[in-house]
Ligand binder design. Structure first.
Ligand SMILES: NC(=O)C1=CN([C@@H]2O[C@H](COP(=O)(O)OP(=O)(O)OC[C@H]3O[C@@H](n4cnc5c(N)ncnc54)[C@H](O)[C@@H]3O)[C@@H](O)[C@H]2O)C=CC1
Ligand SMILES: O=C(O)CCC(=O)C(=O)O
Length: 386
């Protein structure tokens, strides 16, 4: 029996994939796996039973990745599973920033009792006029799952699109429309574009990237969209830029006390991934990955350990999460040889400071062997799945 706990509501489409040997737990105590969306896990303690954390979504800044790795807990996310939901809301954000749709709707609500509203609307509407996005320049910073979809969609709406991503993956590059201009620096985007949208993770080098210096390079009246994370934008500098009119509109999916209520900020309550489809996609992918890891030891879409897949297990499988230091495999194989255990198949992969070794064995592989392996320095967690 495996136990899982959901720290946020997770779509039933995913949870229904847990088979009878999985039981939901009302808290994290004794859970083998935790499923989470945006809940912060930084202040939580993890007990020894926890083996996997699955983020049903993309951003993992709510999870202490390093601490999890040190405790032998594999953290997964679900790349691309909610990208279309975000893309559609970004397009909506560009339109809301270009036409005063919100002002117009508010006017109608405020005048709902007016028996002459049809005629009065024709006079009032000039206050809510705007511009079109067709022909305007859009800069997309971060060409991952979301950035590529936004960039490609914007070209179909007649925008001239510039993309910047110094670490773009081969997969993303293949999916990117050939009509996108390749910006070689972020400054090129800042200087050229009428609309700028950021789709990068919250990392040390991206936090605060939109600040008074980057804004000073931008065109007067630029529109900035942030559906990635609040910390990417320096709030104080953004408020100043909105007040001065340098930034015409700031559309953000992240309400903070500093930005909520500021004139010309269009603030959405983190709705990018809140669609039936995105919630289902993320949950299905998260549950699939957790099951494959618990049952077969396979790691797919981890953010703190290397991906490693030996397919469906048909004999005992020993899995070892360990530090990426010399002579680990030598010690594992020597120990198994000493116990007269024959290795049928084996894989080792590394990612940064951490590594993973999977060993299928023809015989043996019991708790005593697991304890011996666990005692090797720099081993983080050993499991024998049989
Ligand atoms: N508002 C919402 O509901 C959602 C927000 N997000 C946020 O959006 C972010 C992006 O999501 P995805 O596109 O799915 O992730 P992704 O991992 O597919 O793409 C991120 C891209 O950013 C690029 N990048 C990293 N550092 C960069 C830098 N300094 N300059 C330019 N590019 C850089 C990477 O190379 C990668 O291509 C997530 O990390 C998350 O914070 C994601 C999903 C939903
Ligand atoms: O689960 C959510 O609604 C948040 C999605 C998100 O921000 C992400 O996937 O990074």
């Amino acid at each position: 029996m495996y136990k899982y706990h959901c720290l946020n509501p997770i779509s039933e489409a995913g949870l229904a994939r847990f088979t009878d040997d999985y039981v939901p737990a009302s808290d994290m105590k004794g859970a083998d796996a935790v499923l989470v969306r945006s809940a912060s896990m930084h202040d939580l303690e993890f007990d020894g039973s926890l083996k996997a954390v699955a983020r049903a979504g993309a951003g993992v800044n709510n999870i202490p990745l390093e601490r999890c790795a040190e405790q032998g807990i594999v953290v997964f996310n679900t790349p691309g599973a909610n990208a279309n939901g975000v893309k559609e809301l970004v397009i909506a954000g560009m339109l809301l920033a270009s036409r005063d749709i919100l002002g117009g709707i508010n006017w109608v609500q405020e005048n709902e009792e007016d028996g002459n509203i049809a005629k009065d609307a024709e006079k009032a509407k000039k206050a809510f006029a705007g511009c079109e996005i067709d022909g305007k320049k859009l800069g997309v910073i971060g060409l991952g799952a979301i950035g590529v979809l936004v960039a490609n969609a914007a070209t179909h709406l007649g925008m001239e699109v510039y993309g910047y991503d110094p670490y773009v993956s081969v997969d993303s590059a293949w999916r990117l429309s050939r009509n996108i201009h390749h910006a070689k620096t972020a400054d090129e985007i800042y200087k050229e574009c009428d609309y700028i949208t950021i789709h990068v993770p919250a990392l040390d080098d991206t936090k605060g990237m939109i600040n008074k210096d980057s804004i000073s390079l931008m065109k007067d009246g630029v529109v900035i969209l942030n559906y990635a994370r609040d910390v990417l934008v320096n709030s104080e500098d953004m408020v100043d830029a909105l007040v001065s009119g340098k930034v015409k509109k700031y559309v953000t999916d992240f309400p903070t006390p500093e930005i909520a209520g500021v004139k010309n900020a269009i603030v959405i309550p983190h709705l990018g991934a809140s669609t039936e489809e995105s919630e289902d996609n993320c949950a299905v992918m998260a549950v699939k990955q957790v099951k494959d890891f618990l049952e077969n030891g396979n790691i797919i879409n981890s953010v703190n350990f290397p991906n490693c897949d030996m397919g469906v297990r048909d004999k005992a499988r020993i899995t070892i999460l360990h530090k990426n230091v010399p002579n680990m495999i030598g010690q594992f194989t020597a120990l198994l040889a000493k116990e007269n255990i024959n290795i049928a198949d084996m894989t080792n992969k590394s990612k940064g400071s951490y590594a993973y070794t999977m060993i299928d064995v023809d015989n043996g592989g019991d708790a005593a062997v697991a304890d011996e392996l666990q005692a090797i320095p720099n081993v983080l967690r050993v499991r024998v799945i049989s």
